[in-house]
Design a protein around this ligand. Structure first.
Ligand SMILES: Nc1ncnc2c1ncn2[C@@H]1O[C@H](COP(=O)(O)OP(=O)(O)O)[C@@H](O)[C@H]1O
Ligand SMILES: [Mg+2]
Length: 306
């Protein structure tokens, strides 16, 4: 649905995005993570045909980014929630949406239907006639999302939609994004909120001018540490650690009664590990898979780059 190949954007001497190659499939929620200044907004602006690319290629559905005829078509199938919401403060919520609907040449009926549907969904229907300047930040952010959906786009770009929102609004926005995913829309989400990315994204790309990693949250976590099996015992005895060593496995002891064992294929290795521990007199209380957190992966990757 979204495809880029060596996409690059320079501003004078500053390279904002370098050789970005990625693929976002239809119906996928793709999280684009990176520190401030990583090039996330620049990437979205290029893909939304708001600024030109310096080099490389990008395609949205069947259209080519950078080709002016195609850009007209791209604008019709995408919606954009920019990092600054940019609404008309003196107009009511409804008038703001209606205005955008007209810009996109939506019919009267479509505008009416879409506006009512989304405002009700985000609980803004009752305040639709109030000027936007009386809205809280969270309400404005929700309205900006609705605005991006007026023309019923298949692809939605969101630039840090939950930044500066309180946890309750963050959750509303997250739930709404998941709702849009159920409607089979493709979602490209810029965020520097790791927890958010982990909760709602099918795949994540970590950007630091260049793409430093890409994969499902699980793949990214495994890529850093490999897989680990954590066995919690009543007590870790020398007999138990000796048994694990004889299996040729590396381990560390944590919190006094846990063994964290490096494994490559836990589904195959775990039964043997448990048998060996039990045979050595160990009392197993829990056995779980231990992952690096996405935060650990992210911090390591971003630091390694610097
Ligand atoms: N219009 C611009 N003119 C000059 N430099 C820019 C412009 N827009 C972005 N940049 C630079 O490009 C880099 C990436 O910025 P941006 O895409 O906004 O990052 P992010 O959204 O990840 O925080 C930064 O170094 C920023 O200063
Ligand atoms: Mg940005």
């Amino acid at each position: 649905m979204i495809e880029t190949s060596n996409l690059t954007r320079k501003f004078g001497d500053v390279t904002a995005v370098e050789d970005l190659t990625l693929h976002v499939g239809e119906g996928e929620v793709f999280g684009f993570l990176g520190p401030n200044g990583a090039g996330k907004t620049t990437t979205i602006r290029m893909l939304a045909c708001l600024i030109s690319k310096t080099s490389g290629e990008a395609r949205i559905a069947d259209y080519e980014v950078g080709n002016s005829a195609d850009c007209q078509k791209i604008r019709k199938i995408i919606g954009l929630v920019p990092d600054n919401v940019g609404l008309y403060e003196d107009l009511s919520a409804y008038r703001n949406l209606d205005f955008y609907g007209r810009l996109y040449e939506c019919s009267d009926a479509q505008r009416r239907e879409q506006i009512e549907y989304f405002l009700k969904m985000l609980e803004l229907w009752d305040v639709r006639d109030r000027p936007v300047r009386t809205f809280s930040k969270g309400m404005k952010q929700k309205l900006a999302i609705v605005r991006a959906l007026i023309h019923d786009p298949q692809i939605l770009f969101l630039d840090e939609p939950t930044a500066n929102l309180d946890p309750e609004f963050q959750k509303t926005v997250r739930d709404f994004i998941l709702e849009l995913k159920h409607e089979k829309r493709t979602i490209f989400l810029n965020t520097h909120n790791l927890d958010e990315a982990q909760r709602i994204c099918d795949r994540i790309g970590i950007l630091n001018t260049k793409l430093v990693a890409e994969g499902t949250p699980e793949q990214l976590m495994e890529s850093l540490e490999g897989r680990k099996t954590q066995v919690q015992l009543q007590q870790v005895t020398p007999a138990v650690t000796g048994a694990v060593e004889r299996l040729g496995l590396l381990y560390v002891v944590s919190s006094g009664n846990r063994l964290v064992i490096d494994v490559s294929d836990p589904e195959k290795e775990n039964p043997g590990i448990m048998e060996a521990i039990v045979a050595a007199g160990g009392h197993i209380q829990f056995i779980t898979e231990k992952h690096a957190t996405l935060e650990e992966v992210y911090l390591k990757l971003v630091r390694d780059e610097q």
